[in-house]
Design a protein around this ligand. Structure first.
Ligand code: ZN
Ligand code: ZN
Length: 417
């Protein structure tokens, strides 16, 4: 017996109402903010992610699904959405469009993660990117969009966690100071932090291990190391968030696992799924386009995990509208009636009605049982003798009442009843 690969899952029809609802809401909210849908390929050249996401990040070092195709080219299943969107922006000359260019997508991402609750190797996300604009008001708008989206889904207890990770002008000096501080404590920190110290010191800040907490508490704060531009951007963003009435928590320990972020970084937390309570996260990536060989193009984006969102909705007891049951189930007695039922099913569907047809040659009793299980509001029973007079039996399933009606008027009758 085959099973779905480790860290992947099937999306079964029972789950579909949640997925559909989440997708419908993101389409509505994005339209309100002027975002347009984009779809990039599932795989890209490997170097796009190595340069974009950054050598030394967990994603590039441990988590990418990279392979050589039959032509010998190195390709990678996309582990994140932003680098491909920036690649598409540059490739299609979107700088010539009015800026910012606002794009969103609904995608799978692939990361070789240790499978555990809420961590999948193929995960789905909603991705929102705004390119070509530095204005911190755009940062505020992106955050407002994300919060609107979660609220519209009914998720409560949202917390916006905010930080600035500076820029290439101010971050290196901060990282040096952070390393100087940790140098004296390397004997006390966890094994992961010892690796981070060498490879990705900023990530020392988001260690969750108990023994590292007292050391972290005394670590230097990046805010006091920001250059005037970064500091100004952050202060202005806070002002705009205040204007919009959006509460936030400044979290000096918030860093993200990708190298491309500059200035604003954020996560949105929601209670309900335990330790991994971030339902979305992102930030500014003003240097990414240049890193990819394009013209300087600032940008900001957020990724929101669909599986995590649905887990949160369920744990918060949020129900969604179930799928509508079929309008009518067609049952029949004998081959000529079956042929008439087949034609009738096509007529009803052409009239926009949802109709289920019985298959196989079951007894009428078994067919009516199927009709009941399907949740259909009505069953239509076709019998050979009745059909000769242009009649069928229409059964109201809830009331268990039936009447003889003309087959001709059936579409109208089922629509208006
Ligand atoms: Zn700076
Ligand atoms: Zn640690």
């Amino acid at each position: 017996m085959y099973r779905a690969p480790r860290g992947t899952q099937d999306l079964l029809p029972e789950e579909a109402p949640y997925w559909r609802h989440v997708e419908e809401v993101i389409h509505q909210v994005c339209r309100r903010y002027g975002y347009r849908l984009i779809a990039t390929p599932t795989f890209e050249e490997t170097s796009l992610f190595v340069r974009g996401v950054g050598q030394g990040t967990d994603i590039v070092e441990k988590e990418m699904y990279s392979f050589e195709d039959k032509g010998g080219e190195s390709l990678t299943l996309r582990p994140e959405a932003t680098a491909p969107v920036v690649r598409a922006y540059l490739e299609h000359g979107m700088h010539a469009l009015p800026q910012p260019v606002k794009l969103y997508s609904i995608i799978s991402i692939f990361r070789y993660e240790r499978p555990q609750a809420g961590r999948l190797r193929e995960a789905h996300q909603l991705n929102v990117e705004a390119l070509g604009e530095m204005d911190p008001a755009l940062d505020a708008e992106v955050l407002c969009l994300a919060l609107d989206f979660y609220r519209e889904l009914g998720i409560s207890g949202l917390s916006l966690q905010l930080n600035s990770t500076g820029c290439p002008q101010c971050r290196p000096a901060y990282v040096e100071e952070l390393k100087r501080y940790y140098q004296g404590h390397l004997g006390q920190v966890c094994a992961d932090c010892q690796v981070r110290y060498e490879k990705n010191p900023l990530r020392l800040l988001d260690c969750k291990v108990d023994r590292c907490q007292p050391i972290l508490a005394g670590a230097p704060n990046i805010r006091s190391h920001l250059c005037p531009k970064c500091a100004g951007h952050f202060v202005q963003l806070l002002k705009y968030l205040d204007l919009l009435g959006l509460p936030y928590t400044i979290n000096p320990r918030l860093v993200r696992g990708l190298d491309y972020y500059t200035k604003t970084v954020f996560e949105i937390w929601a209670p309900g799924i335990g330790a991994q309570n971030a339902v979305g996260g992102g930030g500014r990536y003003d240097g990414l386009a240049q890193e990819l060989g394009g013209r300087p193009t600032p940008g900001i984006g957020i990724a929101m995990g669909i599986e995590r969102i649905i887990m949160t909705m369920k744990s918060q007891g949020i129900a969604v509208r179930p799928e509508e049951p079929p309008r009518v189930f067609l049952a029949y007695l004998g081959q000529p009636a079956k042929e008439a039922a087949l034609r009738l099913s096509a007529t009803l569907r052409a009239a926009g009605l949802s109709a289920l047809l019985s298959f196989g040659n079951r007894s009428l009793k078994a067919q009516l049982k199927q009709a009941g299980n399907s949740g259909a509001a009505y069953a239509v029973i076709l019998g050979e003798e009745e059909l000769k007079r242009g009649l069928v039996t229409l059964r109201d399933m809830a009331r268990s009442q039936q009447v003889s009606v003309e087959i001709e008027g059936l579409p109208d009758r089922l629509r208006w009843r």
